[in-house]
Design a protein around this ligand. Sequence first.
Ligand code: URA
Length: 214
Amino acid sequence: MTFKAPPNLHIVDHPLVLHKLSLMRDKATPTAVFRQLLREISLLLGYEVSRDLPMTTMHIETPVAPMEAPVIKGKKLVIVSVLRAGNGLLEGMLDLIPSARVGHIGLYRDPKTLQPVQYYMKVPEDIAERRTIVVDPMLATGNSVAAAVSRLKEKGAKELRLVTLLAAPEGIARFHAEHPEVPIYTAALDSHLNEHGYIVPGLGDAGDRMFGTK
Ligand code: URA
């Protein structure tokens, strides 16, 4: 496919991210190490996705002098995990932004229609008043996360961002076609999807690798 990266695709290719990601890709990496690396990378991705949070100042006194000190402005965050692999990114993000509220959304693919079907959703009632960061490590076909974002918009979510670990061009194109205004943050843009919908070279099934289910 011919693929043109959208302008709001952010590839976080920091050396620490790339190094940790390579260790995660290695099929010899054990579950516990994989999980720990994902947690570490999510801190670095969280750092980037929160880079442009609006700021204000608050008056404080240091031991030396009074000052107007910069702090993040009022509007708070909600982090929505797309089950189940999203939980691997969620934990590190919460280390970084402990006051964020958390939502969960679960979808499965109907084997007949191949369309995503929602089986679970719980998000903060005031989601419309918060910035929403959606976390899902693998942007493969893009179908389920595009559906998840549509459901969140129905709930009133407005300032949305998507954080993934790995993305395929097919997934980016699909997601961007439905949600062109939603910026995508990813550690790497891989080559393509294989016939089973896995990202190549990828890292395999993120859920299985982080939870040791296979
Ligand atoms: N989901 C995964 O966990 N891995 C892929 O490669 C694609 C989708």
